[in-house]
Design a protein around this ligand. Structure first.
Ligand code: KG4
Ligand code: ZN
Length: 335
């Protein structure tokens, strides 16, 4: 089965072709980051308008690169949520119209299921069952995964998502959007131990997270340094490292707990924050200690992309699922 996947939930337009026999045939992405950067975050109306502009050229590109004629597919999958509704409607309307014209099924896919399954596109994919840590701009969740569609939520953030904490902390330090890669880059020249921030909710049992207090701790430290006139590039790097270390250690402690609780050995990390090198190394060390293994996607498939939607859609279409009604677009949608 060959599926066209369309992702437009936020600020990246992603299009890809996945074939259940041959794997990923082609994928193309346009990132709107430069468009939103001056506003310090994503402007929904601008995002929707830009998706309208980018979709058709990206689609031409993937069919051309795959050596296929437009329409040589067995289904069209699109991100139906969670995300910005206007942006989702662009991808959904496009997918539905194409599916109608080509007389193939269309299917709305859950964005976080896309992220969760993205490591399946790599050379040595994880086998079911596994524990997944989903860490994106909107979500921080630990999920037990027994198969496609068999997801059990083990714990999630009670307030900010991990990526959101990176973005907000970067903003208060005067760094551009998106903050995750900026903080990671700065942290490389930070002094270990110069700032030590709390590891929220690790001193009590459970798999819940809370990141909003951590951001406030960084804000307090930043304001103290500013009023003392001490905000040098080195202090900024030290703060970035202190913050990143606190997030990474917190996530590592909870992942270890989730593996112990479920008795599983395989851990998958997915979503934008799973591109973070310090997080990957920390989880590799932790899982090795448990004689387990950690899996993640290549950096380009950690953040939003069309390939993960094409893959997830293909699995669901193969299982006989398809949309029954009109275009789906949900701002919030539990997985
Ligand atoms: O999955 P994603 O592309 O979009 C959502 O579904 O939200 O995740 C975007 C998030 C942003 O918050 C961004 O700052 C964060 O992922 N991110 C990172 C890194 N790369 C992206 N956070 C930490 N380290 C990174 N290297
Ligand atoms: Zn995402």
């Amino acid at each position: 089965m060959r599926v066209l996947g369309i992702e437009t939930s936020c600020d990246e337009t992603g299009v890809a072709l996945y074939d259940s026999e041959r794997g990923l045939l082609a994928d193309a992405l346009f990132s709107q980051i430069d468009l939103h950067r001056i506003y310090g975050g994503v402007v929904p109306e601008l995002a929707s308008r830009d998706h309208v502009k980018r979709l058709v050229p990206l689609m031409r590109e993937v069919f051309e690169r795959a050596g296929l004629q437009p329409g040589e597919v067995d289904g069209v999958a699109y991100t139906a949520g969670p995300g910005l509704v206007g942006a989702l409607l662009v991808g959904g309307a496009c997918a539905r119209a194409l599916a109608f014209a080509w007389d193939v099924p269309a299917l709305g896919v859950h964005h976080m299921e896309g992220h969760l399954l993205a490591p399946m596109l790599e050379e040595a994919p994880p086998q079911f069952p596994f524990v997944a840590l989903l860490v994106s701009g909107g979500h921080t969740q630990l999920v037990r995964v027994d198969g496609i569609g068999e997801y059990q939520l083990l714990g999630e953030s009670l307030d900010d998502a991990a990526g959101e904490a990176f973005d907000k902390t970067a903003k208060l330090m005067g760094l551009p959007y998106p903050g995750g890669p900026e903080i990671a880059r700065l942290a490389e020249s930070g002094t270990p131990g110069a700032f030590v921030f709390p590891r929220p909710m690790t001193d009590r049992p459970g798999l819940e997270f809370s990141f909003s207090g951590l951001k406030t701790s960084v804000l307090n430290a930043w304001q103290q340094c500013s009023s003392a006139g001490e905000v040098s590039a080195q202090v900024q790097a030290d703060l970035a490292l202190g913050f990143e270390t606190a997030v990474v250690e917190t996530l590592t402690i909870k992942c270890r707990r989730a593996l112990k609780q479920t008795g599983l050995k395989r851990l998958v990390i997915a979503g934008g924050v799973s591109a973070n090198q310090r997080l990957r190394s920390s989880l590799e060390k932790m899982t090795a200690g448990l004689k387990g293994e950690v899996f993640y996607a290549r950096p380009a498939f950690c953040t939003d992309n069309g390939a993960m939607i094409a893959y997830a859609g293909c699995q669901r279409l193969l299982a006989g699922q398809q949309d029954v009604s009109g275009i789906e677009a949900r701002a919030r949608w539990p997985m």
